[in-house]
Design a protein around this ligand. Structure first.
Ligand SMILES: [Zn+2]
Length: 251
C-alpha cells in the first residue's frame, strides 16, 4: 500500500515535470551549461535532429576541394532598420526585395543575425564573430551566407544598428529614419566555401545550403565588445563532417 502511494506520487511528480519541460522548451534553449547545445535534443522531441542529424552545422571547414563554382550574385538593397533581440541573438529583419541568385535560383534575404565567437571555423581558426544572412526560397529551401567578422575598422551596418538595439527582448523595433545596407556586411572578394548543413539553433533542421565567404569583413573592437555585453557566447560547437564534401570557389 505504502509502496503504491509512493509510486503514484513519483508518477505525478515525473509527469508534471515532463509537461513543464515541454511547455518551456521553445524558450528554454540557450548556450549555458544547463540549456546549452548538448541539452537541446532532450528539451523537445521536435529538436531531436540536433542529436541524430548527420549533416549538422556549424563545421570546421577542412579539406575543401577547389572547383569552378557559380558566382553568387548579390542583389541587396538598402532597407529600413528593423531589429529584434530574440533572446538568442540580435536579428535584423530585412524588407522584401533583396536576394541572391546562384545557378539561376533566386533566394530572397529575410534576416541576418550574429554569433560570438564565429560558429563556422576554418582549419581550426575561429573568428571573433560571424553574421548569418538567411535566405528563404518560396518552396521553403534555405540558403545561409556566413561571413566571418574580424577586428579592424568599424562596419557601417553595426554602426547603424548597435545604438538602436531594442530595450525589450522578443519585440521587433523599426527605427525611424535609419537605413541599413546588407551588402556592407560582405567582403570585397566574393569567393566562398560551399557545403550542405543545418540550422545551428533548434530545431537544427537539415537541408540548408551554406555559403561561407572566404574573406572576412571588418568590424571594430568596440562593436565586438558591445555585442559581447549582450551575448558573450552564442555559438554552437562545430559538428562532425561525416564525410561531407566541401567545395571552394576559385574566382
Ligand atoms: Zn546563425
Amino acid at each position: 500500500m505504502r509502496l503504491s502511494i509512493l509510486r503514484l506520487i513519483t508518477a505525478l511528480i515525473t509527469g508534471f515535470g515532463v509537461q513543464f519541460a515541454f511547455g518551456q522548451a521553445n524558450h528554454a534553449w540557450g548556450y549555458d551549461k544547463e540549456h546549452g547545445p548538448a541539452k537541446w535534443a532532450g528539451m523537445d522531441p521536435a529538436f531531436s535532429t540536433c542529436d541524430t542529424g548527420r549533416l549538422q552545422s556549424p563545421i570546421d571547414i577542412t579539406g575543401a576541394v577547389k572547383e569552378k563554382l557559380p558566382e553568387i550574385e548579390f542583389n541587396y538593397h538598402p532597407a529600413p532598420l528593423k531589429v529584434i533581440d530574440n533572446g538568442h541573438s540580435i536579428q535584423v529583419n530585412y524588407t522584401e526585395g533583396s536576394f541572391i541568385t546562384v545557378s539561376g535560383q533566386t533566394y530572397p534575404l529575410i534576416q541576418f543575425h550574429f554569433h560570438r565567437p564565429s560558429e563556422n571555423m576554418y582549419n581550426g581558426k575561429q573568428y571573433p564573430m560571424e553574421v548569418h544572412l538567411v535566405h528563404r526560397r518560396a518552396d521553403g529551401h534555405l540558403a545561409v551566407v556566413g561571413v566571418w567578422l574580424a577586428a579592424g575598422k568599424p562596419n557601417p551596418v553595426l554602426e547603424a544598428a548597435w545604438p538602436n538595439l531594442p530595450k525589450e527582448k522578443g519585440k521587433e523595433v523599426t527605427v525611424p529614419g535609419v537605413t541599413i545596407d546588407a551588402s556592407q556586411l560582405l567582403p570585397a572578394q566574393r569567393t566562398y566555401y560551399s557545403f550542405v548543413g543545418s540550422l545551428t539553433t533548434p530545431p537544427c533542421s537539415e537541408g540548408v545550403h551554406w555559403f561561407v565567404m572566404k574573406e572576412a569583413t571588418s568590424v571594430s573592437q568596440a562593436e565586438i565588445a558591445q555585442f559581447s555585453k549582450l551575448y558573450p557566447d552564442d555559438a554552437r560547437p562545430t559538428q562532425p563532417l561525416n564525410n561531407r564534401p566541401i567545395s571552394e570557389s576559385t574566382q
